[in-house]
Design a protein around this ligand. Structure first.
Ligand code: GRG
Length: 294
């Protein structure tokens, strides 16, 4: 195993153990919703957002144990967005992370409530965390996460996406959509990690700029995988964008240019890491995301 793989593994173990602690509950009257929350959180995501948060905290001189509640919170917000996105009133997807989506396994009402509950629990986890981090920094990190995941960020992106379904949108709107729907939560993760470490504004801005670039590249890669990916690795059928007549970066430019542009954005992201002394893992993570198959 490479150093990079073992670092990913140890981050994932730390995050998964903490998520398990936060979400474990037995024999309560609302058990079904806890089961639905645990089912979706535990369904095998890559944990990219919490890893980014912990690593930016570390490279800015912070203690990753102190940032762990925030890392779990960002994964809970990400999972809630996937649960809601799969609902029949949104994308109506039956599979997620290689398993039946939450509403297929637990019914629509329970899936809706599991998503809502994860969002609330995320904020409770951040605001009640008993770490050594200064209260002002915790507040600033939670505010940043609220802003990027809300109506001016991820939710806003989802609204623009739904409103433009089947329409002939411009490339400018498409990129705005990618920035809000996909890059915003990655920006929240990187910025919150730097904030919790007490980084200065220049470092927070560099973390944010890095995550914006890899976020847009991430969505372009997602479009490529939907076209030419391996559905057994992706855990969901491919070709859904074409089937739904959805405008994507690939439909504008084709797979080859999309690949080139994702590489260019990744290189620009790596340039933003100049602000940090220890950038080995983040550089490797950028390349890993750019060449991912799932
Ligand atoms: C419903 C509020 C609300 C928002 C939905 C996140 C989102 C917005 C929709 C999900 C579908 C989608 C294509 C989102 C773009 C971001 C993206 C590619 C998410 C998948 O992230 P991964 O690959 O997932 O990190 P895992 O399963 O590895 O965690």
């Amino acid at each position: 195993m490479t150093d990079f793989d073992s670092k990913i593994k140890s981050y994932c173990e730390l995050i998964d153990a903490e998520l398990e602690k936060i979400l474990s509950r037995s024999n309560c009257l609302q058990q079904v919703v806890f089961d639905a929350m645990r089912y979706s959180v535990g369904a095998g995501g890559k944990r990219i957002r919490p890893i980014l948060l912990l690593e930016f905290c570390r490279v800015c001189g912070g203690n990753i144990k102190d940032a762990l509640p925030f890392a779990c919170a960002i994964e809970m917000i990400h999972t809630y967005s996937l649960i809601h996105d799969d609902l029949p009133c949104m994308d109506n997807d039956d599979m997620r992370r290689g398993k039946p989506s939450c509403h297929k396994a637990f019914g629509e009402a329970n899936a809706l409530l599991a998503g809502d509950a994860l969002l609330n629990l995320a904020f409770e986890t951040m605001l009640c965390s008993s770490s050594n981090v200064d209260a002002d920094l915790k507040l600033k990190a939670a505010q940043t996460i609220a802003n990027y995941s809300g109506v001016d960020g991820m939710i806003g992106g989802q609204v623009i996406d739904l409103q433009n379904e089947g329409k002939d949108i411009s490339e400018e709107i498409l990129l705005r959509l990618y920035r809000d729907k996909t890059a915003a939560l990655l920006r929240a993760s990187a910025s919150a990690g730097a904030i919790l470490a007490g980084a200065d504004e220049a470092k927070i801005a560099a973390a944010d700029a890095y995550a914006e670039k890899i976020g847009i590249a991430f969505q372009i890669i997602d479009d490529i995988l939907d076209c030419v990916g391996d559905q057994s690795l992706l855990g969901k059928p491919i070709g859904s964008d074409e089937k739904n007549n959805k405008k994507t970066y690939v439909s504008f430019h084709g797979v080859e240019k999309a690949k080139k542009d994702a590489i260019k954005l990744t290189q620009e992201a790596i340039c933003a890491l100049e602000a940090f002394e220890d950038k080995t893992f983040l550089t490797q993570l950028s390349d890993f995301l750019c060449t991912r198959k799932m």
